[in-house]
Design a protein around this ligand. Structure first.
Ligand SMILES: Cc1cc2nc3c(=O)[nH]c(=O)nc-3n(C[C@H](O)[C@H](O)[C@H](O)COP(=O)(O)OP(=O)(O)OC[C@H]3O[C@@H](n4cnc5c(N)ncnc54)[C@H](O)[C@@H]3O)c2cc1C
Length: 455
């Protein structure tokens, strides 16, 4: 019951922390607590036939379990400080990039060899974007694909087994400060440790808030990104996706000067439901295996909403909008771009007659009843801007799924060691509010492991 290190959460942050600990300090007794199931037991009941929409499982297998929210993700590891988090503000730009490259090497050694690394360096699209009021962000991206990402996780688990004590289906209820470290309560049992690494991701954001409140750790929350997932024939974006795979493009709207950006691009991928604290939003992924690919490409268009004092509940604002779509559509709402522009709701008949076949079974409806006008105006403006570099984007049959919400966990106040107010208590990954991606979350895990190991 007594460990040198307890890690809470087996997402990328927790996994790479454990991996680096057993590599650099094998003498340490390390435990990993995870609210969800082991990787092999993670199954979402939605099969598209018998179960078509989210049934609200006790623990969501998409978001929880070994591999965290990243387990069935597209496995896009972006190596950049331009997006994906602000880890570099704490540990420096060079170190952040070095750690992301280190994680990439681990992935390659554990099943990812042979996967492609795309880069924006020297691309002609930079010029085309600038000429059309768009900005292409710099990045290298390793695309593992959902299938290879899963294999990498299987191999990492095999390597950690026997060296790390795993506790699955074991949500941690509380973390208390004791004389020589921390007491971690899960179920009936209290476990103690000298170092506690909290890496609970987005699904643990509510719990993280409670812990911060109980331990008096200051937090800040002022941002949420709201938008839609766009789905169109893969050919429309193929010039971009063939060369760059994922392109992060930013547009400043002429009407409000808001920033709208593309996010999580999935060439020949599928749109999926995402369940965050019981609210159904939309996301997407794609496979490396050509046999599993679809005829469509999907990506999110998000508008960043920053709030100032006295309003502090930016996630609550995003949740309310997502709830509205759930109320009207029983889940995610789907609308053709042409219907949106004409001010009419999409119907099943119009969707069936469309030239683009949706990859997610969502309720045809009217997104203008859900999204605030300012956000919707920004999305429409950007679709027309993208149409100039990828003609066909503003086609009537382009599908829009809503809503996609990118919740930013409140930012936990941590120092340059990623410790939160007391020695030995580390907060990493998306749960810290500092990272928002696989690569940054993983890098933060390696960073903290090295701090604990003293290297
Ligand atoms: C469908 C989908 C696709 C995505 N695609 C990409 C992509 O291609 N590229 C990219 O960079 N990012 C992607 N992301 C985001 C990425 O998955 C996250 O940024 C990343 O997983 C964050 O890692 P993490 O370890 O911080 O948190 P998570 O992966 O969320 O892991 C946290 C873990 O902590 C557990 N936990 C929570 N509370 C507790 C508790 N109290 N006790 C015990 N355990 C707890 C959870 O069950 C979870 O397993 C995607 C996300 C989704 C949902």
């Amino acid at each position: 019951m007594n460990f040198d290190v307890i890690i809470i959460g087996a997402g990328p942050g927790g996994i790479y922390c454990a991996y680096e600990l057993i590599r650099t300090a094998p003498q340490l007794k390390v435990a990993l607590f995870e609210a969800g199931h082991p990787l092999a037991a993670r199954h979402c009941p939605i099969d598209g036939v018998k179960v078509k929409t989210c049934v609200g499982c006790k623990t969501c297998s998409i978001m929880s379990g070994f591999g965290g929210a990243g387990a069935f993700s597209d496995g896009k590891y972006n190596i950049t400080n331009d997006f994906g988090g602000t880890l570099y503000q704490y540990i420096g730009k060079q170190q952040a990039l070095d750690l992301m490259r280190y994680v990439d090497e681990i992935n390659l050694r554990h099943g990812g060899e042979g996967t492609k690394l795309y880069s924006t360096a020297g691309t002609q699209f930079k010029k085309r974007c600038i000429q059309n009021d768009l900005r292409l962000l710099d990045a290298s991206v390793r695309h593992l694909g959902t299938d290879i990402n899963y294999i990498v996780l299987q191999n990492l688990y095999a390597e950690l087994q026997g060296k790390v004590s795993f506790f699955f289906d074991s949500p941690v209820e509380s973390v208390e400060e004791i004389d020589d470290g921390f007491a971690v309560q899960s179920g009936e049992t209290s476990y103690t440790c000298k170092n506690c690494v909290i890496s609970v991701g987005r699904s643990g954001s509510r719990w993280m808030e409670t812990v911060c409140h109980q331990l008096g750790i200051p937090t800040h929350s002022n941002r949420v990104d709201i938008g839609v997932r766009v789905e169109l024939p893969a050919e429309v974006f193929s010039d971009l996706t063939d060369e760059l795979y994922e392109s992060k493009i930013v547009y400043r709207t002429s009407k409000y000067e808001d920033l709208v950006r593309t996010f999580c691009m999935n060439p020949r991928g599928a749109v999926v439901n995402e369940n965050t604290n019981g609210i159904i939003t939309v996301n997407g992924h794609s496979y490396e295996d050509p046999a599993k690919q679809t005829a469509n490409t999907n990506f999110a268009l998000l508008v960043a909403k920053h709030f100032s004092e006295p309003f502090r509940d930016s996630n609550g604002y995003g949740e309310s909008i997502a709830r509205l779509s759930n109320m009207l559509g029983g889940g995610v709402i789907l609308q053709r771009f042409g219907d949106l522009i004409r001010g009419q709701r999409s119907t099943q008949k119009r969707i069936d007659e469309s030239f683009v076949t949706p990859t997610l079974n969502a309720t045809p409806g009217d997104l203008s009843l859900v999204l605030p006008k300012r956000i919707l105006d920004g999305i429409i403006e950007m679709i027309y801007a993208l149409d100039k570099i990828a003609p066909g984007t503003a086609n009537d049959d382009t599908l829009l799924y809503g809503v996609e919400v990118k919740f930013y966990n409140m930012e936990v106040e941590v120092d340059e060691n990623l410790t939160a107010g007391r020695e030995g208590l580390y907060v990493i990954g998306d749960g810290s509010g500092i990272t928002h991606s696989l690569s940054h979350a993983s890098a933060s895990g390696v960073y903290v492991a090295r701090k604990i190991a003293g290297c």
